[in-house]
Design a protein around this ligand. Structure first.
Ligand SMILES: *[C@@H]1O[C@H](CO)[C@@H](O)[C@H](O)[C@H]1NC(C)=O
Ligand SMILES: *[C@@H]1O[C@H](CO)[C@@H](O)[C@H](O)[C@H]1NC(C)=O
Ligand SMILES: *[C@@H]1O[C@H](CO)[C@@H](O)[C@H](O)[C@H]1NC(C)=O
Ligand SMILES: *[C@@H]1O[C@H](CO)[C@@H](O)[C@H](O)[C@H]1NC(C)=O
Ligand SMILES: *[C@@H]1O[C@H](CO)[C@@H](O)[C@H](O)[C@H]1NC(C)=O
Ligand SMILES: *[C@@H]1O[C@H](CO)[C@@H](O)[C@H](O)[C@H]1NC(C)=O
Ligand SMILES: *[C@@H]1O[C@H](CO)[C@@H](O)[C@H](O)[C@H]1NC(C)=O
Ligand SMILES: *[C@@H]1O[C@H](CO)[C@@H](O)[C@H](O)[C@H]1NC(C)=O
Ligand SMILES: *[C@@H]1O[C@H](CO)[C@@H](O)[C@H](O)[C@H]1NC(C)=O
Ligand SMILES: *[C@@H]1O[C@H](CO)[C@@H](O)[C@H](O)[C@H]1NC(C)=O
Ligand SMILES: *[C@@H]1O[C@H](CO)[C@@H](O)[C@H](O)[C@H]1NC(C)=O
Length: 688
């Protein structure tokens, strides 16, 4: 052990043993778990479970591998290391492996069963020095593969195989599952399978790597728990990728098409009648194109409804990690906010917001979540609710990451046509023209006085950083006193209701009812109560195209008024003022069990509209097309009736600016994060 012959071209050196070398770490044995129906493999190493993409390996490299050939069908955990150094040292290798262990949650020393060192420097010849060979010997890999730049005829106690890694091959650094034939080695990308212990996902997915942009579902289940398994690729794969979203792990609401997967909208009946998506929604494709990885489809209130936890029938309601673990995740984008709050291995989640569905889940999970300006993101290939009110947003735990994501995702070519929104063309400048005033609305104060203290401290910070003033503002009174011709809340509620009823009925409800009746002797499909009465009683003679157009006109008039009289642009400010309001629970816990929310001083239902307010605050931006973002600002204690100890519930505030001033808000968050006012929130029971 430890005697190495290192000899360029036959000149042999007898090296001393490394007497102080620790015995090679004992690696966990490869355990084949299953070959999936897609031809990929799940395997265990120690107590971790992995998936390897064998069907479409990342790279197949040719060379004489005859001395290393493995049994057909068997795989070797491999570690790929790149180096520009002409002389590779033991310290270098040690440092790289330490950085893998430190920076990646997929790699483990168990992948050192095989080691492939690739030279990507400028020299045409490179070598491993004796310290490198000694270090490798200590690792005792079963296979040592070297790029052909290393032509040193190393003979070590480890079998060496030379395989070229031509530029243009897709091999990157990181862990792989390799299969070795006589003439080539195939490196399959490795994913760690995480348990979705909060059951926030429907299922996991990974890129098939078939060159067609197809995704493969993960159909792996552990009977001990009832969770889906979510695959995350090694972060190392993207370390040398300069694209803005390289390696970001992103969860997608099951309302967006992903090629190769069913879009269920949270309905098994719908899943039964539709085809597998043959294209990815452009909004999601952009994420992939920028280097992001899609890790799974998350749960949503069926057909993006506002159903309460106890009204979910088809799916099991997701769990919120905050507080006692028994709090609501809110409705439509529930799995997104809760999964971002739950898992460090997840970076972002994409959702939609028609009536509140990004902002409210963000509020109850204590994450950052946005409803963008109407029209900022295309919703092609996204199951609609109301085409003129639907929007797409992103959840994050970190303000800087959130802003970076938004600035790369919301780009002009992704905007909607104004014939969908019915509004004037959207302009969304990257503005540093910050607002002058804070409008403290009738939706405040937060009902929990301790939470209101958190909000007041935040407002002090906000005014200090931006030099703003604070004014009380009663939106209900302002709308009520508008001149004739400016739509009032009553008309606006009607118009919104028409806009939100028609698109989904036409594109989803009606086709589903018809297909179901055809298949099952006239039966109505089994769907949750949130949609059953509305679709059952839908009156096609009432919901006409004329009514739709009229409703868009009403909305347009309201938006035009709002943008000239309430939140307007000035030469100094994109949005002269911003409105603060509460979309959450007033700093009180709201449980997933209905009856537990009946203690009005200590608990809350979700969508509470204060007495005297003309509409739910959540409806302001769906009506006026404005941007509304929910941000976590602190937490307050409550005595849980589930765990019977004191727990923490997040405190958040929602901030509204004029349509098109999204980037002004993003720039404000960036500044507030720089000043330490906005924090990176934690996963788990507490956000702070
Ligand atoms: C899994 O194995 C690692 C390494 O042996 C160990 O540190 C960890 O505690 C184990 N985790 C569980 C859940 O057993
Ligand atoms: C070589 O590979 C390393 C690790 O992947 C990377 O950081 C580095 O930028 C690469 N160098 C070149 C010249 O490609
Ligand atoms: C690299 O990956 C791309 C995308 O999957 C594929 O089109 C290309 O053929 C691969 N290149 C090689 C050399 O395998
Ligand atoms: C997807 O399927 C639809 C309906 O069958 C078809 O019209 C469309 O051309 C297909 N798109 C692609 C990219 O294959
Ligand atoms: C909107 O206009 C585009 C062309 O600019 C057209 O393709 C599309 O069908 C129109 N959509 C609606 C809802 O009118
Ligand atoms: C924010 O407020 C806290 C106290 O309320 C204060 O200590 C801190 O300095 C303020 N930060 C900024 C940037 O104003
Ligand atoms: C806001 O105005 C409405 C309508 O005038 C009124 O009923 C309500 O009490 C006011 N709310 C507050 C908090 O002043
Ligand atoms: C609003 O809708 C209701 C029920 O659909 C209808 O009775 C009422 O007349 C409508 N109001 C206005 C102002 O359009
Ligand atoms: C459907 O709407 C039409 C037009 O508004 C109305 O005349 C009719 O009574 C409605 N039918 C039902 C069953 O409500
Ligand atoms: C806990 O239960 C008690 C007794 O029903 C009730 O008074 C209290 O408001 C509840 N508190 C919370 C936070 O649920
Ligand atoms: C809630 O608090 C208010 C004000 O402190 C009090 O008057 C009321 O009795 C409380 N209600 C309940 C159900 O405890």
């Amino acid at each position: 052990m430890g005697f190495l012959n290192l000899g360029p071209r036959g000149v042999a050196f007898l090296l001393c043993a490394w007497p102080t070398l620790a015995a090679p770490a004992k690696r966990a044995a490869w355990k084949h778990l299953q070959t999936t129906q897609y031809g990929d493999v799940t395997f265990g190493l120690g107590n971790q479970t992995y998936l390897a993409n064998i069907q479409h390996p990342t790279a197949v490299l040719g060379g004489d591998c005859s001395a290393a050939t493995t049994q057909q069908g068997s795989l070797v955990p491999f570690t790929v290391i790149f180096t520009e150094d002409e002389v590779v040292t033991g310290d270098y290798l040690k440092g790289v492996i330490a950085s893998y262990l430190e920076g990646d949650d997929v790699f483990s020393e168990d992948f050192l069963e095989g080691l492939y060192i690739v030279h990507n420097g400028t020299s045409s010849k490179a070598s491993l020095d004796s310290s490198a060979l000694g270090y490798i010997s200590g690792l005792a890999p079963k296979h040592l593969f070297l790029d052909t730049t290393y032509d040193g005829q190393y003979s070590t106690d480890v079998q060496v195989t030379y395989v070229a890694a031509p530029s243009g091959s897709n091999i990157t650094a990181g862990p792989y599952a390799a299969s070795i034939s006589e003439t080539s080695v195939a490196f399959g990308a490795v994913y760690r399978l995480y348990r979705d212990s909060h059951r926030d996902f429907l299922y996991g997915t990974y890129e098939s790597n078939d060159g067609e942009g197809t995704f493969t579902p993960v159909e792996v289940f552990q009977s001990r728990f009832w969770d889906p398994m979510i695959p995350v690729p090694s972060r190392i794969y993207s370390w040398a990728d300069s694209r803005p979203f390289a390696g970001y792990r992103v969860a997608i609401k099951d309302l967006f098409d992903i090629k190769g997967l069913i879009t269920s909208g949270g309905s098994q009946a719908w899943a039964e009648i539709v085809e597998i998506a043959n294209e990815t929604a452009p909004s999601v494709q952009r994420i992939v194109d920028l280097g992001g990885v899609l890790v799974g489809k998350y749960k949503l209130a069926q057909f993006a409804s506002g159903a309460n936890p106890w009204e979910w029938q088809d799916e099991h309601y997701p769990f919120n990690p905050r507080g006692d673990g028994w709090l609501t995740c809110s409705a439509s984008s529930s799995g997104g906010g809760c999964s971002v709050a739950a898992y460090d291995w997840l970076d972002f989640a994409i959702g939609s917001d028609t009536g509140s569905s990004m902002r409210r889940p963000a509020a109850v999970s204590g994450t950052y979540g946005n409803r963008p300006s109407q029209g900022l993101m295309t919703l092609n290939r996204v199951m609609p609710l109301g085409a003129a009110t639907d929007t797409a947003g992103v959840f994050s735990r970190d303000a800087h990451a959130w802003v970076h994501f938004a600035k790369n995702w919301y780009v002009p070519e992704m905007c909607q046509d104004s014939n969908i929104t019915g509004l004037t063309a959207l302009e969304a400048p990257d503005s540093y023209g910050f607002p002058k005033r804070i409008l403290y609305t009738e939706y405040l104060p937060l009902r929990n006085p301790a939470a209101e203290e958190v909000l007041q401290a935040f407002i002090k910070n906000l005014t200090a950083v931006f030099g703003m003033t604070v004014e009380n503002f009663n939106m209900t009174a302002v709308v009520a006193s508008t001149p004739d011709g400016v739509p009032k809340y009553r008309d606006l509620n009607n118009a919104t209701s028409v806009l939100n009823s028609m698109t989904q009925y036409q594109e989803v409800g009606k086709p589903l009812m018809e297909a179901w009746a055809d298949r099952y002797d006239g039966r109505f499909p089994p769907i949750d109560p949130a949609r059953r009465p509305g679709w059952r009683q839908y009156n096609e003679s009432y919901y006409t195209e004329e009514l739709y157009t009229e409703s868009l006109t009403v909305k347009r008039a309201a938006v035009d008024w709002f943008e000239s009289e309430v939140l307007y642009s000035t030469p100094e400010s994109c949005s002269e003022s911003i409105m603060l309001w509460d979309i959450g629970t007033g700093g009180l816990p709201s449980y997933r069990e209905q009856s537990m929310n009946n203690n009005p001083n200590d608990t809350s239902f979700l969508a509470v509209t204060p007495a005297g307010a003309g509409v739910s605050g959540a409806s302001i931006c769906p009506i006026y097309g404005c941007v509304d973002m929910t941000i976590p600002i602190g937490q307050v204690p409550y005595m849980s009736n589930v765990t019977f100890v004191e727990e923490m519930v997040p405190v958040t505030v929602s901030v509204i600016a004029k349509r098109g001033c999204d980037f002004m808000l993003w720039n404000m968050w960036e500044k507030l994060a720089d000043e330490g006012v906005l924090k990176t929130i934690k996963t788990g029971r507490t956000a702070f």
